[in-house]
Design a binder for this molecule. Structure first.
Ligand code: HEM
Length: 469
């Protein structure tokens, strides 16, 4: 299949890789400009790559644009495996994005979610992705730097600029860049993508630098910081640790960049899919709303403490992740054997999570949206966690490079979805009842046709009152 890859359309690579697996089996090799690429599409092979041989596949390929947008690839996601990566990973996982740290900052994020619900205009056709993206970015930034002197978290500084830069970043990362296939062409930047990426990177850097400088100024002038946020936690680590972020301001900023933009768009895309699935599945929508009324109660806001008890909502989030993930790329650091085949050093290996999650050998009725399969009461339900313990279900990857933001992502997905469904009854506009499910590839598979729905404040059953804002 030499030379096949350039003819594949990058937007639908996940589907085309799945079609090739049907024809050639769960492991096959492609070549583009002499670069070998291996695609694996079964849980057993995913396990070989992500767990059994994790020391060999513990680095991932970086597209040129990704490098430009992350201070030359020095963020956690792009650093090659080694002591720098291990040091940053430890700090991120154990301290900055730990459950304890997120609990501390929860109130900041909650303010932004509540404000976001107030901004959704009842009775008006609403782009669900845009509404979700606004809430997700605002609450992420509120947790990250919303506890400063102005505090409060509801409208974190630079949120609109950050959202726009994140949108441009994702669009650039999604574009096929010929320089990634033929590195010799990189210096010519034939499509102008690298120039555009450098402009976006400069804007991100400008925002992060301003926020950090202002915080340092506030601290040095003795101003108290009313509420602890993730930036404060990072600054404390920086001041006490003989670590990379203490010695390098670029690593420090790259870490902030990973938190601020690492998963916001993926979360918003999955929220749009969850709403799409629920709007085309009345039974699941009714179950989730009944659960919300029972656990949260009709007149309350959803709170962090409710999330653990929302079992059906949790299953809806997992089922959405099952149906709408993409590919997980890794790089072979040494020659090795996978599934009995030789993998050369330097080969890019793609785990086709999208195909594994939709394979009838792994899932009964795989194309049906059936959250019940993830309930604890279902025989297999409890073994599917977000850590990638089961290689049938890998939304956040697995092994030593599993997503470091999964705690935050899981909380935000549940919290925002619960808030949107508890506050509003969503209906499709007249004539738009037939929903479109086509997607295009990213870390998660993005909906091609944006979901538009009309929110109505929910009439609350027995009490017959409405949520008031
Ligand atoms: C629904 C949202 C998200 C999804 C679906 C997602 C998915 C993933 C996946 C599939 C990986 C690769 C794992 C592997 O190679 O095994 C990854 C890595 C990563 N994610 Fe996420 N992610 C999400 C949210 C987040 C958030 C909120 C953050 C930041 C706060 C984040 C930061 C990262 C970083 C830094 C890595 C690289 C970790 C490393 O290489 O050590 N992600 N994510």
């Amino acid at each position: 299949m030499v030379g096949y890859l350039p003819f594949l359309h990058s937007d639908s690579l996940h589907r085309q890789f799945a079609d090739l697996a049907e024809a050639h089996g769960p492991i096959y090799k492609l070549k583009a400009a002499n670069k070998p690429m291996i695609v694996v599409s079964s849980p057993a092979l995913a396990k070989e790559v992500l767990r059994v041989n994790e020391s060999i596949f513990s680095t991932r390929p970086i597209p040129i644009v990704g490098r430009i947008l992350t201070y030359d690839g020095i963020d956690l996601a792009n650093l090659p495996y080694g002591p720098d990566w291990a040091g940053l990973r430890k700090v991120m996982f154990r301290e900055v994005l730990s459950s304890g740290a997120l609990d501390t900052c929860h109130a900041l994020g909650r303010g932004a979610v509540e404000a976001g619900m107030r901004e959704i205009r009842a009775g008006e056709a609403t782009g669900v992705f845009d509404a979700a993206m606004k809430v997700v970015v605002d609450s992420t930034l509120a947790m990250l730097w919303g506890g400063g002197e102005e505090g409060g978290g509801a409208a974190p500084d630079f949120a609109a600029e950050y959202r726009e830069a994140t949108r441009e970043m994702t669009e650039l990362l999604g574009r096929a860049n010929v320089s990634d296939v033929i590195p010799l062409l990189a210096r010519f930047d034939l499509q102008g993508i690298q120039r555009e990426a450098a402009e976006v990177a400069e804007r991100f850097d400008g925002i992060i630098t301003s926020v950090v400088q202002r915080r340092l100024k506030d601290l040095s002038s003795g101003k108290s910081v009313p509420s602890k946020d993730l930036l404060q936690i990072l600054l404390e680590i920086q001041s006490r640790e003989d670590s990379l972020i203490a010695s390098s301001s670029l690593h420090f900023k790259a870490m902030i960049q990973d938190i601020a933009s690492g998963g916001t768009e993926s979360i918003a895309i999955l929220l749009e899919w969850a709403m799409t699935e629920l709007l085309s599945n009345k039974e699941a929508m009714t179950k989730i709303q009944q659960e919300l009324d029972l656990i949260v109660g009709p007149n309350n806001f959803v709170e962090q403490r409710h999330l653990k008890e929302l079992n059906y909502l949790n299953a809806v989030v997992k089922e959405t992740c099952r149906l709408h993930l993409g590919l997980t790329p890794r790089l072979a650091g040494q020659p090795c054997t996978i599934g009995g085949y030789h993998i050369p050093k330097g080969a890019a290996v793609f785990v086709n999570t999208w195909a594994i999650h939709r394979d009838p050998q792994n899932w009964a009725e795989p194309l049906q949206f059936r959250p019940e399969r993830f309930l604890d009461s279902c025989e297999d339900g409890p073994r599917f966690d977000f850590m990638g313990s089961s290689f049938q279900f890998l939304p956040f990857g697995s092994g030593r490079r599993v997503c470091v933001g999964l705690n935050l992502a899981e909380r935000l997905m549940k919290y925002v979805l619960a808030s949107m469904l508890h506050s509003f009854e969503w209906k499709l506009p007249d004539g738009e009842e037939k929903l479109d499910f086509s997607d295009k590839l990213g870390v998660v598979a993005k909906k091609v046709k944006p979901l538009v729905a009309i929110p109505f404040p929910r009439r609350l059953g027995k009490l017959g009152c409405e949520v008031q804002f």
